[in-house]
Write a new protein. Structure first.
Length: 236
């Protein structure tokens, strides 16, 4: 993980001319969503929330390409909006529905009280934790040039295997992601310009090599990689 932290910082520095505009595009979409949700109401805000996934796909695509040591340009971010619009909206919609359902169950469990309420609240809380741990790794797998042609079921499967085989990595990564985003949310300019890009790079460097090892270890259950495994970590 230390190597991923350093590699993400180095890549963000050398590719800042690409990542800052892509991050800023997502930041502009976030500001527009906050304004519309405040003006039109929370229901409209929930309906529009999945749209934030589209500009994020551009940031994630750049991070995956850089982690794969591919030639990358700012245009790759804008092309990702078109290439992954369906996948982005699907992920955004599912995540929005899961968050609403889990938060509703958490509130219901707290209101019920007793053993049944505690169990419901605990299950909802664990659901939110697992959702957080797999969300960004899944997104990087979806936009990964080595797996972009895979069916979504196989993309989700490799992340599930990774969670089972290397849960410690995803837990540490999830804690780092959460801490970075919370700190950058206080420093709003950082969130809107570089924080999301750094988190995407960190996720790419931490997850893609580990996912490659899972793919190599399970050739009969997962499709072959379209590219050679990333050199950040040797496959074992």
């Amino acid at each position: 993980m230390g190597g991923a932290i350093r590699a993400a910082g180095t890549d963000l520095y050398y590719h800042s001319v690409r990542f800052v505009p892509a991050n800023a595009a997502w930041g502009a979409a976030l500001v527009a969503w906050i304004f519309l949700a405040g003006w039109l109401g929370i229901l409209v805000g929930l309906l529009l929330l999945p749209l934030l996934a589209i500009p994020f796909s551009g940031v994630a695509r750049l991070a995956a390409l850089v982690a794969r040591r591919r030639d990358v340009g700012l245009s790759d971010a804008w092309q990702a909006w078109r290439l992954f619009v369906v996948a982005s909206l699907r992920i955004g919609l599912v995540v929005t529905l899961l968050i609403v359902a889990l938060l509703t169950n958490l509130r219901l469990g707290a209101a019920l009280g007793g053993p049944a309420g505690a169990l419901l609240a605990a299950l909802a809380l664990w659901g939110l934790v697992i959702l957080w741990l797999v969300l960004l790794p899944l997104w990087l797998v979806v936009v990964d040039p080595a797996r972009e042609a895979w069916p979504f079921r196989d993309q989700l499967t490799v992340v599930g295997y990774l969670l089972l085989a290397d849960a410690r990595r995803l837990v540490i990564l999830g804690v780092l992601q959460f801490a970075l985003l919370v700190v950058s949310a206080v420093l709003v300019a950082v969130l809107l310009t570089v924080a999301v890009a750094y988190v995407a790079l960190l996720t790419a460097h931490a997850v893609l090599p580990a996912a490659d090892r899972v793919s190599i270890a399970m050739p009969g259950r997962l499709p072959p990689l379209a590219l050679a495994p990333t050199a950040d970590e040797p496959p074992v």
